[in-house]
Design a protein around this ligand. Structure first.
Ligand code: AMP
Ligand code: MN
Ligand code: MN
Ligand code: MN
Length: 306
């Protein structure tokens, strides 16, 4: 590494996973950046579901506020008939291979939203598709939007119940989608100059043996990192397991709160356990951030270089 360039220390308060209203987050990209600054986050990535639409506004605001910003995305992936989430960090949002993957994912989301709305009509949710689209306001429609409508209409008491009864895996309104496959997602992220990080590895309801297969498949497909520090509800033994797996599989380690909005009162941007000193933090490899002409230049904004 060029010694004239400042590098990010391992102890950086990085939060490399959160959502804006370009997908299922509550805050606009600008509000999200302001909140990150207020909370003392030192490096922020915006990673909306299958969308890069919030990146330009977030990067511009981050530049104004002097916050180091990483353009990101959270891709929906089908692996062995299951859905996994793969983060792309430090992507060039204009890259055509990535754009192609995003178009396919967005087409799937639209189709799935139509089917989910139909199924939810049977349980009493009226005009679900139009209302979900209104809530998403041009952004990606997710299950979270339908869950919010179920709560709004008094059909469920909270989001948790909406997922438990209707929207969670195997429930009546959960329409299975064939997302892009793991290697296509990783290739698209790499084509866009980004690093591929497996998001919240313990949230896929997999047995230990299946998780091991997942880590191996991810590494074999060219994956770069694991999200090791995953937010407020993470138990110490979970953090330990993820630290161990990152080391065992030779993967970089990331930190990400998966913040969606202030209604997640237990969760705050940047309030995450530190990585163990034995791990290699993903941000030590975000070299492009430390140059003047980072990818954001193509989006009309610059990240902080120090
Ligand atoms: P989708 O990508 O459209 O399938 O929606 C997935 C999103 O739903 C996740 O990113 C979470 O934000 C949200 N979600 C999934 N499970 C739950 C749950 N049990 N409670 C609240 N939100 C959930
Ligand atoms: Mn989400
Ligand atoms: Mn996710
Ligand atoms: Mn997420």
């Amino acid at each position: 590494m060029d010694p004239s360039r400042p590098s990010y220390p391992a102890t950086l308060n990085a939060d490399l996973h959160c959502h804006s209203n370009a997908s299922d987050g509550r805050l606009s990209p600008t509000e999200l950046v302001d909140l990150a600054v207020e909370l003392g986050v030192e490096l922020l990535a915006l990673t909306d579901h299958d969308s890069v639409d919030g990146l330009q506004a977030a990067a511009a605001r981050a530049s104004e506020r002097g916050l180091a910003f990483v353009p990101g995305v959270e891709l929906s992936v089908t692996w062995e008939n299951r859905t996994l989430h793969v983060l792309g960090l430090n992507i060039d949002a204009c890259n055509t291979t990535l754009q192609f993957a995003l178009q396919e994912l967005q087409r799937q989301r639209k189709q799935r939203a139509e089917q989910m709305a139909q199924r939810l009509e049977y349980v009493g949710l009226a005009d679900g598709l139009r209302r979900a689209a209104d809530c998403a306001n041009g952004g990606q429609i997710t299950r979270t939007h339908f869950a919010r409508l179920l709560v709004e209409d008094g059909l469920c008491k909270d989001l948790k119940q909406a997922f438990k009864r209707y929207l969670g895996a195997g429930k009546p309104a959960c329409v299975r989608s064939q997302w892009i496959d793991l290697s296509q997602a990783i290739k698209a992220i790499h084509a866009a100059g980004g690093l591929a990080v497996l998001a919240h590895p313990l949230r896929y309801r997999l047995s230990g043996a299946w998780r091991d297969r997942m880590y191996k498949a991810f590494k074999q497909a060219g994956g770069d990192g694991l999200e090791v520090s995953c937010g407020a509800s993470q138990q110490p033994h979970e953090l330990d397991e993820l630290r161990r797996q990152a080391l065992a599989h030779g993967l970089l380690a990331s930190r990400g709160s998966d913040f969606h909005g202030p209604e997640q009162r237990w969760l705050k941007l940047g309030h995450l356990a530190p990585l163990s000193p034995r791990l290699s933090p993903v941000w030590t490899r975000l070299d492009a951030l430390q140059t003047e002409d980072i990818d954001l230049a193509t989006q009309g904004a610059h990240g902080k270089t120090g």
